[in-house]
Design a protein around this ligand. Structure first.
Ligand SMILES: [Zn+2]
Length: 422
């Protein structure tokens, strides 16, 4: 962690500022703290592999003791939850030390110790494309004049990646799962500022530290929902006179009125609204936003979904903002002409036939479960596509030839992080 993070970091329990405890074991390089102990008035927290661990769950306590005993590698294993499985821990350690290891290899080495899910397909699934469009529109609006973003419960940083060029300082990625934020910093959202913390505790950040705070695909699993939302509003509460209004956004949260796989403990649309107290958040059904994205935009945040519409939705998005430019139609970003990471044919496609001119690909789902949960991607992924070798070569060099722009827009060709391993 960079020492400038002390400006926004606060103890989740006493709210106090933190400092490096220089009398304890620490490893620093210039302004970066790689290993150490942070102290406030009430607690001590470890920094493991340059990630501050701002909670007191048993793995964090074990890691803190190991740092104090000058055992940084063992502390990392404790944070990964691998201290009881030495063969897996050794394999993961070796991969992490290797510059050629891929995201996929590391996730696979963790096996059941890390919930990897359908990460290979993440950048093209319907939940992601709506989340991405919302981030670009909402964060894009409030961060236009500067300001920082935080992705809370952001997992391995797939949507943090969508924030990278919008946040004036590196976006903060906060999640309870240390392995996920570790992977995000290395692969998915390099240069983000990872913080390991518990979404069911007060957030370890100062009031007004951010102009945009979000939580996607996780809020239904939070038990302390009221505390979480009020804390999100605290994080974007900039009291300075000329401050641009910020935004708090909860996207892809399930709906108590309908059943969904991996349901969590969702609220009704009105239940979510009530969490925001004096703010007047807008609640959107995800399916309307999804149609906007599939159609090519604009993402219409001026819409007012009726209560009947909202009650029938599987997933909801909630946005609280006093920015005058928020609840209007937002054009979608044009598909990138240059890769940020690298272009790949979506791994949901299998190459079926190749001749000297082109390759024919067919859409094939990895499992029935995937198809059931994410089958809506059929609305933008064509059943079959043919891509010329010359176009494939240009894509391999990070360029989008004119005839391929539509394939990028449809996510048949995806821009994935370097070293992702697809
Ligand atoms: Zn404290």
């Amino acid at each position: 962690m960079h020492t400038s993070t002390f400006d926004i970091l606060r103890c989740p329990y006493c709210g106090g500022r933190l400092d490096l405890v220089t009398s304890s074991f620490h490893e620093t390089e210039g302004d970066d703290i790689h290993t150490g102990i942070l102290g406030c008035q009430c607690c001590v927290f470890p920094v493991v592999d340059a990630i501050p661990v701002m909670h007191l769950q048993p793995n964090a306590t074990a890691a803190r003791e190991l740092v104090e005993q000058r055992k940084p590698v063992a502390a990392r294993r404790a944070m990964f939850g691998l201290d009881d499985v030495p063969e897996i821990a050794e394999r993961v350690d070796a991969l992490m030390a290797s510059p050629d290891a891929t995201y996929r290899q590391i996730v696979e080495a963790f096996g059941e110790h890390l919930e990897g899910g359908y990460f290979l397909y993440r950048f093209a699934d319907p939940t992601f494309i709506v989340g991405h469009a919302l981030v670009r529109a909402v964060a894009g609006t409030v961060l236009r004049g500067g300001g920082r973003a935080v992705d809370i419960c952001g997992g391995s940083g797939h949507l943090t990646r969508s924030l990278m060029d919008l946040s004036s300082s590196p976006p903060v990625l906060a999640d309870l799962y240390f392995a996920k934020v570790w992977l995000a910093r290395r692969f998915t959202a390099p240069a983000c500022e990872p913080v390991c913390c518990d979404g069911n505790s007060p957030m370890p950040f100062a009031r007004g530290a951010f102009r945009f705070a979000m939580c996607s695909d996780a809020f239904m699993y939070i038990w302390t929902k009221r505390q979480f939302v009020l804390d999100m509003l605290r994080l974007i509460d900039d009291r300075s006179e000329r401050a641009t209004p910020g935004a708090a956004m909860i996207s892809h949260t399930h709906n108590q009125c309908t059943w969904t796989p991996s349901h969590g403990q969702p609220l009704t649309p009105n239940g979510y609204r009530n969490l925001f107290e004096n703010e007047e958040p807008r609640v959107f059904g995800e399916s309307g936003l999804f149609s906007d994205v599939v159609r090519g935009g604009p993402l219409d945040l001026s819409r007012v979904d009726s209560e009947t519409t909202l009650e029938a939705e599987q997933a909801l998005a909630i946005i609280a903002s006093r920015h005058f430019g928020m609840f209007v139609p937002h054009p979608l970003d044009s598909p990138p002409a240059q890769a940020i990471g690298e272009f790949r044919v979506n791994p949901l496609y299998v190459a079926e036939f190749s001749d000297e001119d082109a390759v024919r690909y067919r859409l094939q789902f990895p499992s029935e479960d995937y198809e059931q949960e994410y089958g809506a991607c059929r609305e933008y992924l064509l059943p079959e596509v043919i891509i010329g070798h010359a176009d494939l070569q240009a894509l391999a060099h990070g360029r989008v030839p004119p005839g391929v722009t539509e394939l990028v827009r449809r996510r048949i060709v995806v821009d994935i992080p370097l070293g992702y391993g697809v």
